[in-house]
Write a protein that binds this ligand. Structure first.
Ligand code: CA
Length: 396
């Protein structure tokens, strides 16, 4: 879960060197938060215990100020999030947690594949939680940089979570912005929606998979998930169809879409009844097109990004056994899976580029090396890696 309603795609960073507050300034700011925290239900003893001696972590301010140099294409975004590895692992997790997922579905009405798809995208099935101690990150963001009022609310929530004993202080680590655990809930989201489903009295989204799966389903249920309904369907648009003015929010009955010539992507008619549905075309009218229902909006609300919603939705279909989208993305240089990104990194290392460890994440050092190889190969030195670069490096 990210803040602010936009996805900050991993991309090249711009150099930002925020000025750290002096120790005295930071301490004065924190002690000034004690009274409002008290008013927000944080006991003085709790506040002091968790903030005494706290040092600001300016790397979170660099993250806050980060401006992506370019937006990642939707096909690059999806090729890393929904790849064969994540499908295989998700199916294994569905089998492993089948009994819990069935109880979750009975209680919240959300099916196993959808719950596991959210889990897979949010934290890679509990393997990627973030490494920032939450109180330190939120304490810094409460006193430095923009959006301090927002982060103070999250700081107080994180302290209330500790005060209630849901999570041990040393276990409360997460993203730079304060999202944590299997579900990557922000602290206020945790307070609204985390549930104790294994019955030990604590909603523990760090160390209880059972609590985490139930909390994800609870989130979607509260966001309006309609049990037994699909998120959407891939469709084929008639030639020359104008997508102007259409979108997720512009919902029409399926009969309207049928009347305008829209068909299921295999050419069959749309269901006679159903909807309302909005038309989602994230890469324009020539790319994959989807009619999306109310359940897509529920997934969308998890992160307020349509590309994110489509990743979850598509992964859930793949977990149920469906294949990739029928319509290709409008590019002649498709994106790389994580396995292919790791292979690419290995090829860069073979060429003596210092890119750090092979992790499937194409960060700044990988992109710098990619630029050098692209120049050498006579490709555009974009820093973006697709199938063309991988094939060229395999053969050179
Ligand atoms: Ca529990």
């Amino acid at each position: 879960m990210l803040i602010g309603g936009t996805l900050a795609f991993p991309a090249l960073s711009q150099t930002t060197s925020p000025t750290p507050p002096s120790p005295a300034e930071f301490e004065a700011c924190l002690s000034g938060l004690k009274a409002p925290a008290r008013a927000a239900g944080v006991r003085d003893e709790t506040f002091t215990r968790h903030t005494a001696g706290l040092q600001p972590d300016m790397t979170v301010i660099e993250k806050l100020n980060f401006q992506p140099e370019f937006r990642m294409a939707i096909w690059d975004y999806l090729s890393g999030l929904v790849d064969d590895e994540r499908v295989a692992e998700g199916q294994a997790q569905m089998a492993k947690h089948r009994e819990v997922l069935e109880r979750v579905q009975q209680r919240y009405g959300v099916d196993p594949a959808t719950v596991v798809a959210v889990w897979g995208v949010e934290s890679n099935f509990g393997q990627t939680f973030g490494k920032y101690p939450l109180v330190q990150a939120l304490g810094t963001l409460s006193c430095v940089g923009r959006r301090q009022a927002f982060f103070r609310g999250e700081l107080y929530a994180s302290l209330r979570i500790l005060q209630a004993g849901h999570i041990a202080p040393e276990r409360l680590v997460g993203s730079w912005a304060g999202a944590f655990g299997h579900t990557q809930f922000m602290p206020t989201t945790f307070e609204r929606l985390a549930v104790d489903f294994d019955g030990d009295g604590r909603a523990d989204l760090m160390d209880s998979t059972t609590d985490a799966l139930a909390s994800t389903a609870n989130f979607l249920a509260k966001a309006g998930w309609q049990s037994g309904q699909p998120w959407g369907i891939e469709v084929a648009l008639p030639a020359g169809f104008s997508v102007a003015g259409e979108g997720r929010r512009t919902k029409r009955p399926l009969s309207d879409w049928s009347a305008r010539g829209v068909r299921a992507v295999d050419g069959s008619p749309l269901p006679a009844q159903g909807g309302p549905a909005g038309l989602l075309t994230l890469a324009g009218p020539l790319g994959p097109a989807f009619l999306v229902f109310r359940n897509f909006d529920a997934v969308y609300s998890y992160n307020a990004a349509e590309s994110y919603g489509l990743a979850i939705a598509h992964l859930s279909d793949r977990l149920r056994g469906a294949g990739p989208f029928t319509t290709p993305w409008p590019t002649d240089d498709a994106g790389l899976s994580r396995a292919e990104r790791r292979e690419l990194q290995g090829l860069l290392i073979l060429r003596s580029h210092d890119i750090g460890e092979v992790d499937g994440m194409l960060g700044e050092r990988s992109r710098a090396a990619i630029r050098i190889e692209q120049s050498r190969l006579g490709h555009e030195a974009s820093g973006r890696a697709g199938q063309k670069l991988l094939k060229a490096l395999r053969g050179s």
